[in-house]
Design a protein around this ligand. Structure first.
Ligand code: AHG
Ligand code: MN
Ligand code: MN
Length: 316
């Protein structure tokens, strides 16, 4: 018998209806992101077959090599956001400056079009991250002011996970009908798994407190288990569903850490907090309270289950 499962679009419409002042503008914006990521997903799936892999030869704002799929996803997301008619400024990790689409547009959107791009070539999970603010003229706002954030994971299934301030909702793409179906209701970060996720290769470069913390969790009666994909979306997704701790800390070569405040750290920290977990940056401060200095700012990040973060903080 046919059993109806709520689609992402239906869900967003229903959520927006709860707000008497809603205009449908947010639904329209999210629908455009949804359509863009479905197209990206289909390209990711075929990326091993078509000649879309390989380097474009160009570098992004961070002097990193840009893969073709990054470029494609970047352009597509930008065009779709523009078409939505709902955006003021759009900023992408792949661009040096934000683009003004319409000064009076309602929302500003930040995105990392393809996260984990070093994993494309080896068939490992990658993702897209987005972060949405009200357009109040100032493009750089604290993460706390996000009105919504989310990510898409191109994994064994394609998942769309987002929050607009009322919990975290997960949807899985049914490729046979092309719809994201509500599969994960009100996601909460569990305290159950003692997973730790960090690029251990940098251990000698980490600050003393981080080294002591890592040594300590490996010496526990039930030692922590290591899990590290190297795609933030995949590592945070696992942390959201299974619990544990994910870290991209400062190190001697990168005193501010590797991950970008506006494109990666803020949206993921917002989701983790919405799911009952914690996120901290330098000196245990929430990244969501950092006053951003520039678009390409990087900050250290440690996030995960509440108790794991509390334990980590005792080492600072
Ligand atoms: P991007 O592909 O968007 O540049 O991001 C890569 C990031 C992130 O996905 C991941 O968590 C991190 O790089 C891995 O960093 P390490 O090289 O320090 O492991
Ligand atoms: Mn990234
Ligand atoms: Mn990227």
């Amino acid at each position: 018998m046919y059993r109806h499962i709520t689609t992402l679009t239906e869900f967003v419409v229903a959520q927006e209806k709860k707000n008497p002042h809603a205009t449908g503008s947010f639904t329209l914006l999210l629908t455009h992101i949804e359509n863009a990521v479905k197209i990206i997903a289909s390209h990711v799936k075929r990326s091993g077959l078509v000649d879309i892999l390989g380097k474009t030869g160009a570098t992004n704002a961070y002097d990193e090599e840009v893969m073709k799929l990054d470029d494609f996803s970047d352009k597509l997301l930008f065009d779709m956001l523009k078409d939505s008619g709902q955006v003021g400024y759009v900023a992408s990790e792949e661009k040096e400056e934000p683009v003004c689409v319409d000064k009076k547009g309602k929302y500003n959107v930040f995105f990392d079009p393809l996260d984990g791009s070093s994993n494309i070539d080896v068939n490992i999970n990658i993702g897209t991250i987005f972060s949405i603010y009200q357009n109040k003229g100032d493009v750089l706002q604290e993460g706390r002011k996000q009105v919504a954030a989310g990510y898409v994971l191109y994994g064994s299934s394609v998942m769309f996970v987002y929050s607009s301030g009322q919990g975290v909702h997960g949807f899985t793409l049914d490729p046979t009908i092309g719809s994201f179906l509500h599969s994960h209701e009100n996601i909460r970060v569990p305290e159950t798994k003692n997973y730790y996720s960090i690029n251990d290769g940098n251990v000698e470069l980490f600050e003393d407190s981080m080294q002591r913390y890592l040594t300590s969790i490996k010496k526990e009666e039930k030692p922590y288990q290591s899990r590290y994909v190297g795609s933030m979306v995949a590592d945070v997704h696992r942390t959201l569903l299974k619990g544990g701790i994910f870290m991209n800390p400062a190190n001697k070569k990168r005193p501010t850490g590797k991950l970008r405040l506006m494109y990666e750290v803020n949206p993921m920290s917002y989701l983790i907090e919405q799911a009952g977990g914690s996120a901290v940056s330098s000196q245990g401060k929430s990244p969501l309270d950092i006053e951003p200095q520039n678009l390409t700012q990087r900050v250290p990040i440690v996030l995960g289950s509440k108790k794991e973060i509390e334990k980590y903080l005792t080492f600072l």
